[in-house]
Design a protein around this ligand. Structure first.
Ligand SMILES: NC(=O)c1ccc[n+]([C@@H]2O[C@H](COP(=O)([O-])OP(=O)(O)OC[C@H]3O[C@@H](n4cnc5c(N)ncnc54)[C@H](O)[C@@H]3O)[C@@H](O)[C@H]2O)c1
Length: 257
């Protein structure tokens, strides 16, 4: 897919990986709907994109809300005329206490944001993309969804759900001209990780400083590749400091590309 002239919706675009992807897709010539619960963060992402000469609009979005998600997608078609790219990226870790001390409401919320919202965003965006002639969806999973993640099993379960949803959906989506893939980052230097380390230290855990930490821009590069390479669908792209790698590509036999 040629990104220039396309319209992208990115959730969690007020910070970290979502902001880096929003800025990168804008530089490639897309118009961006910046979706986040965080108004200040979202406004800052829009300011950065506009000051670089590209187009963006912020829509305050709670990704677990169906009405907010509909409004977010309608903003793409209403303001920019179409919807070509959806990056289901907003996410949270369980935090401290984790499993099993985290109360039910806390871990249900993690599953709602990290998994249910990805399914809902896809469910609502796919018919719009199909009418518009197709599109590309990239879900932010994690290496925690590909390998055991004993530090946060709830988060790991949600992200594994995103990986499997992506693989399983690919044939249905590609019949509608939609490519769906997921990116699986290792540890990335974002506020999520910095807050997690701070909370762990406060809770008396030993301080932890990973040596091989990725920058959000490296994940943005992987997302751009998943969006623009028309041969990729139903893939997980693992992103480690050694570079990106496709894991378990599941091409759908006979599917449209
Ligand atoms: N940082 C890492 O090491 C890492 C690794 C693998 C995967 N990820 C995933 O990458 C994605 C982005 O994380 P990040 O590291 O950039 O974190 P971040 O905290 O910098 O950004 C997450 C953004 O999502 C928004 N958000 C959270 N809950 C929301 C909700 N309910 N509705 C709307 N917006 C919401 C936040 O306001 C924030 O702006 C997440 O899905 C995360 O699980 C992060």
């Amino acid at each position: 897919m040629e990104i220039k002239g396309k319209v992208a919706v990115i959730t969690g675009a007020g910070s970290g990986i979502g902001r880096a992807t929003a800025e990168r897709l804008a530089r490639e010539g897309a118009s961006i709907v910046v979706a986040d619960v965080d108004e200040a963060g979202g406004a800052e992402t829009v300011r950065r994109i506009e000051s670089a000469g590209a187009k963006a609009i912020f829509v305050k979005t709670e990704v677990t809300s169906e009405s907010d998600t509909r409004r977010m997608l309608e903003t793409a078609t209403g303001k920019f005329g179409r919807l070509d790219i959806l990056h289901n990226n907003a996410g949270v870790a369980t935090g401290i206490p984790g499993f099993p001390k985290a109360p039910l409401a806390q871990w249900r919320r993690v599953i709602e944001i990290d998994l249910t919202a990805v399914i809902m965003g896809t469910w609502l965006a796919a018919p719009i993309m199909e009418i518009g002639g197709g599109g590309a969806i990239v879900n932010t999973a994690s290496m925690a969804g590909l390998y055991p993640h004993s530090l946060d099993p709830i988060y790991g379960a949600a992200k594994a759900g995103v990986v499997n949803f992506t693989h399983s959906l690919a044939p249905w989506a590609s019949e509608r001209g939609i490519r769906v893939n997921c990116v699986c980052p290792g540890i990335v230097d974002t506020p999520m990780v910095r807050k997690g380390v701070e909370a762990a230290v406060k809770a008396g855990h030993k301080s932890w400083a990973p040596s091989n930490i990725l920058q959000p821009e490296q994940i943005a590069d992987a997302v751009v590749r998943l969006v623009s390479d028309d041969s990729l669908f139903g893939c997980s792209m693992e992103v480690r400091p050694s570079g990106p790698r496709i894991v378990e590509p599941r091409p759908a036999p006979g599917s449209r590309r």
